[in-house]
Ligand binder design. Structure first.
Ligand SMILES: C[S@@+](CC[C@H](N)C(=O)[O-])C[C@H]1O[C@@H](n2cnc3c(N)ncnc32)[C@H](O)[C@@H]1O
Length: 373
């Protein structure tokens, strides 16, 4: 299997490089309206923004910033296939104007727009981002009545375009079964409260996240596994440091990412070249966690009824019988700003017992292996 990953340096409000109905899943995080680090970015896209902010007209600034994003949401409707999902990570903003502190509810403004555009609005996920900062409590401290509830979560809004996706051909049905996830993953992934405490962080740099608003790798990786099939095409219209693209590669999906700021070209390419050998760790963790789950069930006296035909280990349900996980073998530039990932073939993966499958088996470029492990 091979997948391709395309960087598109275009404004996501109008992406000429993408055809109508060509995208199976959108995973993204836009610049957040009314969060100061993005003021300038919105001002460059709408000349009214600075004036509104300078005059203290915050409600108007908020609306003008969202009107920029609205155009991207509309463009998504054009490029998404019928039945495709869009997952939008967004946080609300708080800001004080003339001594008046208030919340700007980005998530509800975006939900209303998607609803108006004709998307189906689905139940959302609250992503709990707990902070230990000493100044996290805002307002009048222990004195009533002027303290504010701390803002320690973001949202993952979930939408679908049109009716449910159909899997009619035998090939599509098999691909869907191959792309299934474990029962115990379903129980965590499809809960409406996420907390990534304890998640692997190889792909995340704290400094980069603060500078660029990047989300942790585990976030798009999970969403991609939840809402698309292997070899589908995932789009991130606000690519930034390329986290969604890396996650798509790890999950065996094709991807495209738009970015308005050409300054991201070098860092994204550098990141992909440096980090692609780490990608397999995430699917390896999934196997290890599953084997732990199987052991725990056995200790409790529960025999799992089904066997996975690819890895030969027990699974909880019939739907996981054909589950297969992709492992990247090599990575190269295909054309300008377009990359290709090639995956280890089935015979090779199946020649190793799942419990013994280790990163050393999954590192094709031994020079890279020597440097990293
Ligand atoms: C919150 S960051 C995305 C971070 C990304 N999820 C990551 O992990 O690195 C938003 C990105 O959108 C880009 N951007 C803002 N407006 C855009 C537009 N109209 N078209 C394309 N990209 C845009 C910004 O330059 C920024 O890199």
């Amino acid at each position: 299997m091979e997948t391709t990953h395309r960087l598109i340096f275009e404004d996501a409000r109008k992406v000429r490089a993408l055809d109508d109905q060509s995208i199976d899943l959108v995973v993204t995080s836009p610049p957040y309206p009314m969060i100061e680090m993005w003021d300038q970015s919105f001002a460059e896209m709408d000349s009214r923004v600075n004036g509104f902010l300078d005059n203290g007209e915050y409600a108007r600034a908020f609306e003008a910033m969202h009107q920029v994003l609205d155009q991207v949401w509309q463009e998504l409707y054009r490029v998404m296939k019928d039945g495709a999902f869009a997952c939008i990570n967004i946080g609300d903003a708080t800001r004080t104007n003339n001594g008046r502190f208030q919340l700007f509810a980005n998530h509800s403004r975006i939900q209303s727009k998607f609803f108006e555009l004709g998307f189906d609005v689905l139940p959302l996920v609250l992503w709990r981002k707990q902070t230990n900062a000493p100044n996290k409590f805002m307002g009048s401290g222990m004195l009533p009545a002027g303290a504010y509830v701390t803002l320690e979560h973001e949202y993952i809004l979930i939408f679908r375009k049109g009716s449910k996706r159909k899997f009619t051909t035998a090939e599509n049905k098999l691909k869907r079964m191959r792309s299934s996830y474990f029962w115990e993953e379903r129980n965590v992934w499809f809960s409406d409260l996420w907390d990534f405490k304890g998640a692997r962080q190889d792909m995340d740099s704290q400094a980069l996240r603060e500078r660029s608003g990047a989300f942790p790798f585990i976030l798009p990786f999970r969403l991609i596994n939840m809402y698309s099939l292997m070899e589908d095409t995932v789009l991130d219209p606000f690519l930034g440091t390329g986290t969604t693209m890396m996650a798509a590669m790890a999950a065996g999906r094709n991807s495209a990412g738009c970015e308005i700021d050409r300054g991201f070209l070098e860092p994204v390419i550098q990141r992909i070249y440096e980090q692609w050998p780490l990608l397999n760790r995430y699917n390896l963790d999934r196997i290890k966690n599953h084997l732990d789950f199987v052991d725990k069930q056995r200790d409790k006296g529960n025999q799992l009824k089904y066997m996975n035909s690819y890895f030969g280990f027990p699974v909880m349900t019939r739907q996981e019988k054909e589950l297969k996980l992709p492992f990247v073998m090599s990575f190269s530039e295909r054309d300008a700003n377009c990359f290709k990932a090639v995956y280890f073939n089935d015979q090779y993966i199946q020649s190793i017992k799942p419990g013994e499958l280790d990163i050393k088996h999954l590192t094709y470029d031994h020079g890279v292996q020597a440097r990293l492990f």
